[in-house]
Design a protein around this ligand. Structure first.
Ligand code: HEM
Length: 386
């Protein structure tokens, strides 16, 4: 799974994995590769629980709602879903467009740019700050918290399990709690239209979010909502740079961008896998699973499974029904999918309106990160002569 060739073109490996149906990951449990089996995994939370990770992530409490099983999980989603509905997110269209344009303004006159630090890392964090009603000058603090928590190894230079990386992860987690603690206290005294003020106001059937709930939700947003969009942008822009004929279709007809976003999410599946643990001895995909064992679903393999998706190898922006599960499936299906879609559509629309021509240098070899397929760097040569 960490093999660079696999990360660069996982789609080439998926058919062989689907033929095997399940793959043993040794101590890390079992990997499922077919769409129907992954659907079973994700829609049976009483047998395959999400309550993992409290110790793995270094947080004091479970991340809400990701690490909470139904029925409690349903209570959270009843409160959170309306706050992230397509209509609510649509209200963010103007401010998000301004952010995208602002970033593209700083890039458009350059002849070469590294898309990762100049756009894909910045844009989702800026959107998130806007959602929280925080000023843009908080960005460096924010990026530091995100990176210290998600990839401490890149800062310490030590492997993830090394004591230095674990120590950094824990101090970063503490600083994230502290940071959001202050934001929540501030919104309690001076409410606004930002998402934390809305969390504080919302009441569904008599239920309200507690201070700790909000803290744990904000923490999860930082983990779940930033790198996922950055990674999707990286995968999409590399794809479009390598396939100028597909890019041309979008430049000529921007109305196809929403479809293209879905198709590229399906094909690239930037969030590669989701994991559950078995609450009892059981069986899945013909494979016995012991209580406590982890079962992982490979989303990209499901999204290219010919049993579910017609002509899965064709990347087509005119695909009518696109039943991909890049946002997961079942009760934990991505809460932020509408926000993510909005960000991705705006980014592709604004970028291609300003910078229709770009390419990667001839000798460019992409290096992808694992689990969430983001790029370490994406050099682009801009302009018609590129
Ligand atoms: C293209 C970008 C994104 C992708 C591909 C993505 C993917 C996913 C996936 C696969 C899951 C399911 C995890 C599981 O079943 O264990 C998930 C859950 C989640 N995502 Fe996203 N996500 C994206 C963006 C976002 C954004 C922008 C937010 C910010 C609000 C967000 C918030 C969440 C939350 C809160 C959950 C947990 C939902 C629950 O447990 O009920 N995601 N996401």
């Amino acid at each position: 799974m960490e093999n660079p060739a696999f990360l660069t073109a996982p789609q080439a490996v998926f058919p062989g994995l689907r033929d095997q149906r399940t793959v043993s990951l040794g101590e890390r449990g079992v990997l499922l590769t077919r769409s129907a089996d992954i659907a079973t995994l994700l829609t049976n939370p009483e047998v395959f629980s999400s309550g993992v990770g409290v110790t793995q992530t270094g947080t004091e409490r479970p991340l809400i709602p990701l690490q909470i099983d139904p029925p409690k999980h349903r209570e959270y989603r009843r409160i959170l879903d309306p706050l992230f509905s397509p209509q609510r997110m649509k209200e963010m269209e103007g401010p998000i467009t301004d952010l995208a344009r602002g970033l593209i303004d700083t890039i458009a006159t350059d002849s070469t740019v590294d898309f990762v630090p100049r756009f894909s890392l910045q844009f989702p964090s800026q959107v998130f700050l806007a959602l929280l009603g925080l000023p843009l000058d908080e960005l460096p603090t924010f990026l530091k918290m995100k990176d210290g928590f998600i990839r401490p190894e890149s800062i310490t230079g030590r492997p993830r399990g090394h004591e230095d990386s674990i120590a950094l992860l824990k101090t970063t987690a503490a600083s994230i709690y502290e940071y959001f603690d202050a934001v929540i206290a501030d919104r309690r005294s001076t409410p606004g239209e930002d998402i934390v003020s809305r969390f504080l106001r919302t009441e569904v059937e008599g239920a309200r979010l507690s201070h700790e709930d909000i803290l744990d939700i904000c923490f999860l947003f930082l983990v779940a909502g930033l790198d996922t969009v950055s990674a999707s942008l990286d995968c999409m822009m590399l794809h479009l740079a390598l396939h100028p004929e597909r890019r041309r279709v979008l430049v000529d007809d921007p109305a196809l961008i929403p479809n293209a976003v879905e198709e590229l999410l399906r094909w690239e599946s930037p969030v590669m896998m989701v994991a559950r643990f078995a609450t009892q001895d059981t069986e899945i995909a013909g494979c016995p699973v012991r209580r406590g064992q982890v079962v992982t679903g490979l989303l990209g393999a499901a999204n290219t499974d010919e049993r579910e998706i017609p002509e899965p190898e064709a990347v087509r922006f005119d695909r009518e029904a696109n039943r991909h599960i890049a946002f997961g499936r079942g009760p934990h299906r991505c809460l932020g999918s509408h926000l993510a879609r909005l960000e991705l559509r705006i980014a592709l629309r604004e970028w291609h309106a300003r910078i229709p021509d770009y390419r990667v240098p001839d000798n460019f070899q992409p290096t992808f990160t694992t689990t969430i397929r983001s790029l370490v760097a994406l050099p682009l040569q801009l302009g018609q002569s590129a």
